[in-house]
Ligand binder design. Sequence first.
Ligand code: GZL
Length: 330
Amino acid sequence: MNKFTLSALLVLSLVVGCSKHDETKPASVTTQSSASTESSAGKVVGFSQIGAESTWRTAETDSIKSEAQKRGVDLRFVDAQGKQENQIKALRAFVAQHVQAIILAPVVETGWEPVLKEVKAAKIPVILVDRGIDVKDESLYATLIASDFVAEGKMAGDWLAKKTEGKANIVELQGTPGAAPANDRKKGFAEAIASHPDMKIIKSQTGNFNRNDGKATMEAFLKSEGKNITAVYAHNDDMALGAIQAIEEAGMKPGKDIIVVSIDGVHDAFQAMVDGKLNCTVECNPLLGPAAFDAVDAVTSGKELPKKTIVKDELFEQDKAKEVIGSRKY
Ligand code: GZL
């Protein structure tokens, strides 16, 4: 089978596999590429993970670790505690250990060229998962497996426009500064509300994708804007859950006095929807282990991959939460 067919198959099964999935289960991003690729068993693979800032992140780590175990891969895992310099150090260590491939979840979009040139010189393929990078030379990585964050922001904005009939004073909890999901979810949401002059973002600040900072930022918003706020848009569920706590402590009803919409689709978000405190979440699938190791197998067998494989996402509203929560996998 030529490399084009393989790539097309891989992408097709990822997208089809996700879009065909039953609504009651999150799309498990697996691939059934029928092309025979070398198995990962016995391979040494480096995985540079951002940290453990959110439940989404730990679900992604679990998916990659368990898939490595299942496939008999010797996974060298490094948690960067949210710091790019630690990820760069980890990549250099993987080169020194002569790993066969590297999986990288890049904390921010920029600053990767120097170290990725060293990795390329060592002829080690890099698989990007969940976040993209901004590089001129796309040969510095083999492929990116990620959601379309602009589309996720747009889905959240379009939903909020419908829910509020185009009239809302919105506070926005942004993700980690410089991270692809923060940049693109902001962009997509702004595009969606641009055609609604009565939808205004009255405050926008980072909550660093974590619950505590999300709560603290929301407390500051409530202090300065109070009852003027009619909606919260959070770039991830963990910050939304922190905001929900802050809204309750301010004596208001989240999900009713203030509409809350976020992204990720983690279990606690579904529980908050069942409890009537969160109104909507856009699923961003973290179960990337199978697709990541299919890509490792393909590139280490010398096969070309598409530069980007989009993980399909889905929006879930409060009225669906009860029937779906029992089958959530993360
Ligand atoms: C998305 C991922 C984001 C999640 C957050 O692919 O990078 O980072 O939305 C996580 O929960 O912290």
